[in-house]
Design a protein around this ligand. Structure first.
Ligand code: ATP
Length: 235
């Protein structure tokens, strides 16, 4: 049984069909990447998994349970954590307070959870009393990921973690995503940065105008002529 399974998921915004029959599976322990151009439906897919949107038709299963009718807080409770595009940290709260918000479903945040996040992101440890709004873009991304980890997710959904970051920082963030995965968290990551996402992931899916047009092991997608031409700027 797959950890996550989307079966023929259709999502509409009014008259606009954003997802038109999406099938995606994620196995426990994997890093899976969802690639696609602007407007392909990547963010919509993540928002539908985390319960912020509901499918018009189709089903989503997590750990054998149907989740597509549940509200977002129940889905967090089952072990899915969503790190949204654009970070969305609480600017007037400190780093520590932002992290504590990620643990709200557990009641009081545990020291061991803070310790884990600060070990992954030493920069956040140094800035723990600083307001999140004054952090750099890269630090805010670290904080958003750290906050996502505070609820002990089995599955972490990451929406464009590399967006707007300098190349060196992108590399650092991707190394940390790998480390989080090695510590036992399954990851579904949406990326525009196809080359780096495919270097990180085990498998990938390519979304075009709301439909999956290609999927396979990441090393195969990296050499696929269609991926090279459309997403890797080669060929
Ligand atoms: P990007 O990389 O630009 O974020 P994306 O692949 O994440 O793109 P989505 O944000 O999922 O794409 O959008 C998919 C489609 O749904 C687009 O055509 C978009 O214009 C449309 N869409 C997204 N949100 C809404 C909304 N709230 N109301 C109407 N249409 C929407």
């Amino acid at each position: 049984m797959s950890l996550l399974e989307l079966r023929d998921v259709h999502v509409r915004y009014g008259a606009i069909a954003a997802l038109r029959g999406v099938d995606v599976t994620v196995e426990s322990g994997e890093i899976v990447t969802l690639l696609g151009a602007n407007g392909a439906g990547k963010t919509t897919t993540l928002r539908t998994i985390s319960g912020l949107l509901h499918p018009h038709t189709g089903q989503i299963f997590f750990d054998g349970r149907r989740i597509d009718t549940l509200p977002p807080h129940d889905i967090v409770g089952l072990g899915i954590s969503h790190v949204p595009e654009g970070r969305r940290v609480f600017p007037r709260m400190t780093v520590t307070e932002n992290l504590a918000m990620g643990a709200y479903r557990l009641g009081r945040p545990r020291k061991s959870d803070f310790d884990r996040v600060f070990a992954l992101f030493p920069r956040l440890a140094e800035r723990r009393h600083q307001d999140a709004g004054t952090l750099s873009g890269g630090e805010q991304q670290m904080l958003a990921i750290g906050r996502g980890l505070m609820s002990h997710p089995q599955l972490l959904l990451l929406d464009e973690p590399s967006m707007g970051l300098a190349p060196l920082l992108v590399e650092q963030i991707f190394d940390i995503i790998k480390e989080i995965n090695e510590q036992g968290t399954t990851i579904l990551v949406v990326e525009q940065n196809a080359a780096q996402a495919l270097a990180l992931a085990d498998r990938g899916y390519v979304l075009e105008t709301g439909t999956i047009v290609l999927s396979g092991p990441a090393p195969e997608l990296r050499i696929d002529p269609r991926v090279k031409a459309a997403y890797l700027g080669e060929g």
